[in-house]
Design a protein around this ligand. Structure first.
Ligand code: NAD
Ligand code: IPM
Ligand code: MN
Length: 362
């Protein structure tokens, strides 16, 4: 019997609507063959919502999310000189994104970084260094310095506070250890415990969770500066990385370029009743409206939605495989290929028609 799922689509700004349009078209092509009925509601969010409603996460959008099985978000924000950025911080686009994550309670942000066999040439690293890269970054998303108080600035001083409660560290550590069990069996916890009390606390709690609940998983610890270096020089040293909100933000943009472009990286944010799925990249105002945005990160996020929120792992595998086939055939312009956004979308839809071999779930 066909299953029905309702997706809240938040296109956002600049390239955001371009990538969500691609995702919708591809999902609509995929749904019948996966025996899925998908319905979509487009909701204002981000800068577009500031223009239409005076705030980035308006009440009607918030209310409509209650009916959704999953939320698919494009990207939000404007160029640095946009009037949206002159608003007080709490009214800005980025604050709306943090409010959305907090509202959904999605504390676990999964950012997989894979250099696929045969696509090593797309990496800016030497192919032999990039080969075999398969890292899952588990970023804590609703705590840490992004949400800690006090937080304020005046003419003489700026203050932000990094706070982690025991329960927050325990639950994100569990997500990472659990993921490691289904993969390489190793978690690297990234912190700055040589300097920050909050990081020493993080490390101690992660060690405790492993000892009590996951003794079969290998746990390593790396300082964030060394982790950045190692991600760029020896990415295959990592299996699952678990880290706080700010370190995870920085490391995931670094890791995102290992496969070749920031535009490739998907994410899933889980832990609440409704999952949030968004590419790691931003609204890329510099390339918006020119058929240049790489939709792969968005399509990967749609696949994660099928896998994690809509219980459709076969459809997720089919989508991932179609994207890989299109990439191998001729990638997008940012990767040195010739395809624009629309041509790549069409290639993925065509590739969906080809039966796919079963793949190992990640
Ligand atoms: P960005 O990720 O938008 O762009 C960084 C660079 O990568 C740009 O040169 C851009 O052209 C390129 N790029 C990004 N995505 C690409 C894609 N899919 N295909 C090809 N090239 C791509 O980061 P930024 O310029 O620092 O930020 C722009 C705006 O986006 C800001 O307002 C920022 O706050 C916001 N932002 C939003 C999110 C989000 O919505 N989740 C994430 C990051 C940044
Ligand atoms: C991301 C983005 C956001 C973050 C910004 C836009 C608030 O950079 O999703 O990585 O820092 O979390
Ligand atoms: Mn980021």
């Amino acid at each position: 019997m066909s299953r029905t799922a309702h997706v809240a689509l938040l296109p956002g700004d600049y390239v955001g609507p371009e990538v969500t349009d691609v995702a919708r078209t591809v999902l609509e092509a995929l749904a019948p063959q996966a025996d899925l009925t998908l319905t979509f509601t487009e909701l204002p969010f981000g800068g577009a919502a500031i223009d239409a409603h005076g705030e980035p996460f308006p009440a009607p959008t918030r209310a409509a999310l209650a009916d959704a099985d999953a939320v698919l978000l494009g990207a939000v924000g404007g160029p640095q000189d946009h009037p949206w950025n002159a608003l007080p911080r709490e009214q800005r686009v980025e604050s709306g994104l943090l409010a959305l994550r907090a509202h959904l309670g999605v504390f676990a942000n999964l950012r997989p970084v894979v250099v696929h066999p045969g696509l090593e040439r797309l990496s800016p690293l030497k192919p032999e260094v990039a080969e075999g890269t398969d890292v899952l970054i588990v970023r804590e998303l609703t705590g840490g310095i992004y949400f800690g108080t006090p937080s304020h600035a005046d003419a003489t001083r700026g203050v932000s506070t990094m706070v982690y409660e025991r329960s927050e560290v325990e639950r994100i550590a569990r997500v990472a250890f659990d993921a490691a069990r289904g993969r390489g069996g190793t978690v690297t916890s990234v912190d700055k415990a040589n300097v920050l009390d909050v990081s020493q606390f993080w490390r101690d709690v992660v060690i405790g969770v492993r000892e009590a609940e996951f003794p079969d998983v290998t746990l390593e610890h790396t300082y964030v500066d060394a982790a950045a270096m190692k991600l760029a020089s020896e990415p295959t040293a990592f299996d699952v990385i678990v880290t706080g909100n700010l370190f995870g933000d920085v490391l995931s943009d670094l890791a995102a370029v290992l496969p070749g472009s920031l535009g490739l990286l998907p994410s899933a944010s889980l832990g609440g009743d409704v999952g949030l799925f968004e590419p790691v990249h931003g609204s890329a105002p510099d390339i918006a409206g020119r058929d240049l945005v790489n939709p792969v990160g968005m399509l990967g996020s749609a696949a994660m939605m099928l896998r994690h929120a809509l219980q459709a792992p076969d459809a997720a595998d089919a989508l991932d495989a179609a994207v890989q086939r299109a990439l191998a055939d001729d990638p997008t312009v940012d990767l040195g290929g010739t395809r624009g956004t629309a041509a790549f979308r069409d290639a993925v839809v065509d590739a969906l028609a080809v039966p796919t071999p079963a793949r190992t779930p990640r």
